[in-house]
Design a protein around this ligand. Structure first.
Ligand SMILES: Cc1cc2nc3c(=O)[nH]c(=O)nc-3n(C[C@H](O)[C@H](O)[C@H](O)COP(=O)(O)OP(=O)(O)OC[C@H]3O[C@@H](n4cnc5c(N)ncnc54)[C@H](O)[C@@H]3O)c2cc1C
Length: 409
């Protein structure tokens, strides 16, 4: 049994420093420009592809770090660089993970390369689950997938919203209802190949923050895809649906629901790590500023009113990171989240990020309120963490239900 340590090993430190270098040298200098342009930063994604940060291999390597810290470490550094650009870089990874987790070997081999493209011709991918009437309430999803047996094709109809890279993606992963009687257990995921007729981009959203990341509606009108674009294949789906129907009949639906919840839980620490990255970035700017800005003949950090804020900011960031690392380690070690530790980490880190970035704006005074300094952007960016991948209220619901065993609403 390995000795307990809270120190990163040399390999981890090396990877962290490499990602940090990219974040500092390439992402940071580009951040303000792409935030203003509100466009996908293709040249930066291309740079990331050239150095190997924009690729499935990169994620796979971090994912298979036996301590579980590879992914949170990478996320923290990238989002320290810039949240909008970082989401443009990792957005494809979220869709790719869906394929790796649920797809067949053939699907992984065929579609993942098309999601990333090549360093000379980079592509992105989108994961489309949310709908106008199905955000937190995934069970209200309406997008339908109907199987056309004669042609061995699936036909998709519906409107997805808030899709990161939606409409500009080479490959879209679309979650749709195959059996409305089964609620969320009747959902399945589909690969929509490049250039498929019937898929179009709806409204592109103008956002408060992470503006370098493209977010849009995706409209699906009689989108026909080959039968082998059902993730995992038809046989597996039919077996899963049969089991769900059987459980529904015998009143034993909870086991399926808990398995799905466990999957969501496992991805939440990664979002917590993104929030830690943005919070740390704003804290560092505020600390430097407080040491150099002079008022009343002394640096403003000489006042406890400022210094104590910085002490609280740093303490909360470190506490958030520890929750993220604990959950990430538990996930990789196969420890069940008996107290919804994944949700705890996302809830705490995202709330800390919003608070710490607001404190950073305050410490920079008037400068903090302008776009001359990055904390204004970081504060806008941080607001996303308490919303996507399950809002703070939904995280509290998951934690409360898990610790109490009660069906709290
Ligand atoms: C920038 C951005 C990028 C995104 N990227 C993607 C993506 O790539 N793919 C994708 O599928 N989705 C994506 N989303 C969607 C995101 O996951 C949803 O916005 C989120 O799940 C919340 O859903 P909603 O916006 O419909 O809010 P709602 O569910 O309508 O919630 C509104 C408010 O009500 C609260 N609320 C709802 N139900 C309860 C309850 N039971 N108890 C207490 N409070 C409750 C919520 O916490 C929230 O405060 C993205 C969203 C944004 C803004």
């Amino acid at each position: 049994m390995a000795e307990f340590t809270m120190e990163l090993n040399d390999d981890q430190k090396q990877v962290r420093d490499w990602i940090h270098g990219f974040a500092a040298d390439v992402m940071r200098p580009a951040a303000a420009e792409w935030d203003e342009r509100e466009e996908t930063p293709w040249p930066v994604i291309q740079e990331a592809a050239k150095v190997g940060i924009y690729s499935l291999d990169f994620y796979a390597q971090q994912f298979f770090d036996p301590t579980g810290l590879g992914i949170p470490m990478a996320m923290e550094e990238l989002f320290w660089g810039d949240a909008g650009i970082a989401l443009s870089i990792v957005g494809t990874g979220l869709a790719a993970i869906g394929v790796v987790a649920n797809g067949t070997e053939e699907q992984i081999g065929t579609w993942i390369p098309q999601m990333y493209g090549t360093p000379d011709d980079v592509k992105v991918a989108a994961f489309c689950s949310s709908e106008p009437d199905a955000g937190s309430d995934v069970g209200s999803m309406r997008t339908r997938a109907v199987y056309d047996q004669a042609k061995d094709e699936w036909v998709l109809n519906g409107t997805k919203t808030w899709a990161t890279n939606g409409g500009i993606a080479n490959v879209h992963i679309v979650v749709a209802v195959v059996d409305p009687e089964l609620g969320t257990k009747g959902h399945a995921s589909f690969i929509v190949p490049p250039g498929t007729p019937g898929l179009s981009q709806g409204q592109k959203f103008k956002k408060h923050g992470i503006r370098a990341s493209h977010t849009a509606e995706v409209v699906l009108e009689d989108v026909r895809i080959p039968g082998n674009c059902l993730l995992g294949g038809k046989e597996k789906l039919d077996e899963r649906l049969a089991r769900a129907r059987e459980r529904a009949r015998s009143g034993g639906g909870e086991r399926v629901k808990n398995a799905a919840m466990a999957t969501f839980e496992a991805s939440r620490p990664a979002v917590g790590a993104m929030a830690v990255g943005t919070a740390r970035a704003a804290y560092e700017v505020a600390l430097d500023y407080a040491k150099t800005r002079t008022q009343f003949g002394r640096p403003i950090i000489d006042n406890q009113g400022v210094a104590f804020q910085l002490a609280d900011m740093r303490t909360q960031i470190d506490a958030a990171r520890l929750l993220v690392w604990r959950a990430s380690w538990m996930a990789v070690a196969g420890r069940p989240f008996e107290s919804a530790e994944g949700s705890m980490s996302k809830l705490f880190a995202s709330e800390v990020s919003k608070k710490v970035t607001a404190q950073a704006v305050q410490i920079l005074g008037g400068n903090g309120y302008t776009r001359e300094y990055p904390v204004e952007r970081m504060h806008r960016d941080s607001a996303i963490y308490t919303i996507f991948e399950g809002t703070s209220e939904i995280q509290r619901l998951v934690i409360a239900r898990t610790i109490s065993g009660m069906p709290i609403r």
